[in-house]
Design a protein around this ligand. Structure first.
Ligand code: PLP
Length: 377
């Protein structure tokens, strides 16, 4: 019998007076990693020259640990500040001929869509958005996207979408695209920690955040590059390593920069090990299922039916009376008046509360949210 793991808010420094139910947006850094960052910053300020001489070796160690966590070839793994930067670097590298298409879905993250639009403007290409219904199963997703690949040069696709917390069938999509000579860029912003070996499906480029589910310091993300693109892939900031033949090293030192988060990031992976991830992850999946049902019941709505939901996120429908155009104001009210952090998402004219679960959450958090929410929704 598997023991139910206890919540571990003691490992974080989150305000206990607040219901923290949105790890998915900006994560949350455990106390131990914060302490390490503080020590590294103190070391920097004791002797900046000495610190910067040590950065390259420390970055190498950190990068190898992060690549190993993903189960990916370290020679194709570069550090980037966030998934947005990873997507931008990938699109800057790929040949996207004039008149060709960059294919996205209607689940794509806003800034990723903007990156595709900027690339399309620069290359005289077109952006095509494929509508994928919320309830679509893997087969439907693959057939809808495959039907839009005519004239496509690249597919940019979520591994786990933001607004809809849905897992996409990346291996099958890579197969379908490569059969037609279409490159694939995977937006795995939410994938590290939620999907094992998330970059193993053969995409041309994959990017993902360590500052979400692995709880690493913010501005820590990875870019995994298929062998054929490694020589051509460049960081967005030109640096002294511009002509280094090795992809990871080219991305390591992008000028004078705060390298502390990248160096401290593996400490959060040790915290995940301490909380028994991925046993914990499967229990959090049950927790967020139950929590979402409790919240939906209190609102008189339901939990969105998604064929493959992300392990630790669920969508609760908001009542039809809620004005979706006032989402920001509503989130602020929930934060201020209810002492709860949630996010609201919209998809296809429907509004949802996207609830998260991490190691610091317990069912009580969702029960309290359920008690409080009906006063503002
Ligand atoms: C699916 C998806 N893509 C991209 C991003 C952008 O990530 P970042 O802000 O780290 O660039 C996010 C952030 O939430 C996301 O959910």
């Amino acid at each position: 019998m598997v023991t139910v793991l206890s919540p571990r808010p003691d490992l974080w420094t989150l305000d206990p007076g607040v219901l923290h139910l949105n790890h998915g947006s900006y994560g949350g850094v455990p106390r131990r990693t914060q302490d390490l960052m503080a020590a590294l910053r103190a070391e920097t300020e004791a002797n900046p020259m000495l610190w910067f001489r040590s950065v390259a070796a420390r970055l190498t160690a950190s990068r190898l640990a992060l690549a190993s966590y993903l189960g990916t070839d370290p020679e194709g793994f570069a550090l980037v500040p966030n998934a947005s930067a990873g997507i931008t670097a990938a699109l800057a590298t790929l040949p996207i001929p004039a008149g060709s298409r960059i294919v996205l879905t209607n689940h794509a993250y806003g800034a990723v869509r903007y990156a595709a639009e900027r690339t399309a403007r620069a290359r005289q290409a077109d952006v095509v958005v494929v509508d994928v219904p919320l309830e679509a199963d893997d087969e439907t997703v693959v057939s809808l996207i495959s039907a839009a690949l005519d004239r496509a040069s690249v597919l940019v696709v979520d591994q786990i979408s933001s607004a809809t917390a849905m897992v996409f069938p990346i291996a099958a999509l890579v197969g379908a695209c490569h059969d037609r000579g279409v490159a694939v860029v995977v937006d795995g912003a939410h994938a590290p920690g939620l999907i094992d070996a998330p970059a193993a499906d053969g995409a041309d480029f994959w990017t993902g955040n360590f500052h979400k589910w692995p709880a690493s310091p913010r501005a820590t993300a990875g870019l995994v590059v298929a062998e054929k693109w490694r020589p051509a892939t460049l960081p967005l900031i030109v640096s002294w390593s511009e002509y280094d033949e090795r992809l990871p090293e080219r991305f390591d030192m992008q000028g004078t920069y705060d390298y502390v988060p990248w160096i401290a990031a593996p400490e959060s992976l040790r915290v995940l090990a301490e909380v028994q991830w991925p046993v914990r992850r499967s229990q959090l999946s049950d927790l967020v299922d139950e929590g979402a049902r409790v919240v939906a019941k209190a609102l008189g709505t339901g939990v969105a039916e998604i064929a493959r939901p992300a392990a630790t996120m669920r969508l609760v429908e908001v009542p039809a009376t809620v004005d979706l155009t006032a989402g920001e104001a509503l989130k602020e009210r929930v934060s201020r008046e209810l002492k709860a952090e949630i996010t609201l998402t919209g998809f296809d004219g429907r509004g949802f509360i996207r609830l998260s679960a991490h190691a610091y959450n317990s069912l009580r958090d969702y029960e309290l949210l359920a008690e409080r929410l009906p006063t503002v929704l």
